[in-house]
Write a protein that binds this ligand. Structure first.
Ligand code: ADP
Ligand code: ASP
Ligand code: MG
Length: 475
């Protein structure tokens, strides 16, 4: 009987996540406070670093470790001042109440000083481990959350800033792409956030960053704030997750490549996951699963055009007239072809290769069938050196006679629930590509049966994307 009444009545609540461009300047932050104030339901806000800051922090860190010790201090001072002044000037413009503004400027200055000390440490040691990098990248969200919370307080909203860890997100220690410890976070998220919600306080949580069981800061991988939002939604039993960004929703392809895109009004979890996994940057691929597990709708909305309905991601796979909903392109990937006589004599060679790579956190993006003496798969370019090293040593080296790499390629993915069971669709796709005089290097159909992925030369990628979009999506 001691549970607060609102818990028993299950008050509806939502998660509102704002990406980097949505909080890119004081003007945008003020716009975001309008959107938050205009939402009458109970809510938790998740915020990313201000646009460009995560990239800039990474650049600063990578630069510092390559400098001679004699110039480290001077360079750190310059970077520290840059990050400090950018956030202080934003805070001064976004927070009208002078007292709150002063407090936030003090907190920003303390954090920037912590960043300065960390940069000095990595600079002198010339050592940037994934753990240190996560720590440095965390400053982006830790700074932006202070400004947004200050701006909300300044307009009379009872808001409180929290890091992902303070909001209950505990992860493993895989720095750079940490994964939540699901058994723990169910309880910890509820324990940390429900008391605040019950008191009518608005939690404003840093996206992207969390901490491991020893409270060391981790990150969920680039673009991971969306994942933070869906984890909070899942365990707070939210009725909706809103992803506020700089486009109207999920578009039929990347608007930076094809201007003539159309907005997808409804899409299934499975299709959205495939799209995100294969390059539609608008949502993080990991964010779908927690929402899907709890059947929570995900709504993508445009901060700069809130009247647009956006995209709704739900369970049902709604077929569209044209069968295909979207096409994407994934760059910076490499095809690895393994050939060798020894492979035929070694049972379960594919399983051994994938286990070995998986144990070293190397993700296999695509597999194109295998025969006894041949195995082809696709990895990220950033994993190439590590992969080659693993396959060229020990037991593997004896089985594999020939390791071939195709580096200048990209993945084109065609997504649509209507493809399942529709005859002749693959033929039409291949014909469209042949008409462009482009050679297909590799083909794979996703197990979800809502996508077909194929590889072409990177230099042909945009041409193929445009041709497929024109053929299947443009009216
Ligand atoms: P945020 O900072 O809000 O997280 P992101 O930059 O991560 O925003 O994602 C939004 C961007 O994703 C858009 O500006 C757009 O350029 C890009 N994008 C790529 N593919 C798609 C797609 N299929 N639909 C919508 N946006 C896409
Ligand atoms: N700030 C982080 C990034 O730029 C996380 C995010 O934006 O979702 O990757
Ligand atoms: Mg994003």
């Amino acid at each position: 009987m001691n549970q607060p009444v609102c818990r028993l009545l299950k008050v509806k609540m939502i998660i509102m996540k704002f990406g980097g461009t949505s909080v890119g300047s004081a003007k945008e932050i003020l716009r975001v406070t309008d959107l938050i104030a205009g939402e009458s339901r109970k809510k938790v806000v998740v915020v990313s670093a201000m646009a460009g800051i995560t990239d800039r922090l990474e650049e600063i860190a990578k630069n510092i470790i390559n400098l001679p010790a004699t110039v480290v201090e001077k360079e750190v001072e310059k970077s520290y001042r840059e990050i400090l002044s950018f956030h202080v000037s934003t805070a001064k413009k976004a927070i009208k109440d002078k007292k709150i503004q002063k407090e936030v400027v003090k907190e920003i200055t303390e954090l920037a000083n912590e960043l300065r000390i960390t940069l000095l440490g990595i600079g002198y040691l010339e050592d940037l481990s994934p753990k240190s990098l996560d720590y440095i990248l965390s400053f982006g969200e830790r700074l932006s959350v202070l400004i947004l919370t200050g701006a909300l307080k300044s307009r009379g909203i009872n808001a409180k800033s929290l890091t992902g860890y303070e909001a209950g997100i505990i992860t493993n220690s895989r720095f750079g792409s940490a994964r939540p410890i699901f058994k723990k976070i169910d309880k910890s998220i509820k324990k940390k956030l429900n008391p605040l919600l019950d008191k009518g306080i608005l939690p404003v949580v840093t996206g992207f960053i969390a901490a491991d069981e020893d409270a060391r800061i981790t990150t969920l991988g680039r673009g991971g704030s969306d994942f933070t939002a869906s984890l909070l939604a899942r365990y707070l039993e939210a009725e909706e997750v809103q992803i506020w960004t700089d486009v109207d929703g999920i578009l039929s392809t990347d608007p930076r490549i094809v201007p003539n895109t159309s907005l997808i009004s409804t899409i299934s979890y499975v299709e959205a996951m495939d799209l995100a996994y294969f390059g539609a940057k608008v949502i993080h691929p990991m964010m779908i699963e927690p929402a899907m597990d709890a059947n929570i709708p995900v709504r993508i909305k445009n901060t700069f055009n809130p009247k647009s309905e956006g995209t709704l991601i739900v369970r049902e796979q709604k077929e569209v007239e044209g069968i295909i909903k979207a096409v994407t392109m994934t760059r910076d990937v490499v095809i690895v072809n393994l050939k060798g006589v020894g492979m035929a004599e070694t049972p379960n060679i594919a399983a051994s290769v994938f286990t070995l790579l998986g144990d070293h956190n190397i993700n296999i993006i695509m597999i194109s069938g295998s025969s006894e003496s041949n195995l082809s798969f696709v990895i990220k370019k950033s994993d190439l050196a590590n992969t080659v090293n693993l396959l060229n040593t020990g037991f593997m080296a004896n089985c594999i006679r020939n390791l071939e790499l195709i580096e200048d390629s990209c993945i084109i993915t065609i997504v649509g629930a209507g493809m399942r069971g529709t005859k002749g669709i693959a033929a039409k796709i291949f014909q469209t590509i042949a008409d462009e005089d482009v050679n297909i290097i590799m083909i794979a159909q996703g197990s979800s049966e809502v996508n077909i992925s194929l590889m072409v030369k990177e230099s042909d990628g945009e041409k193929v994307l445009k041709a497929l979009h024109k053929r299947f999506i443009e009216k």
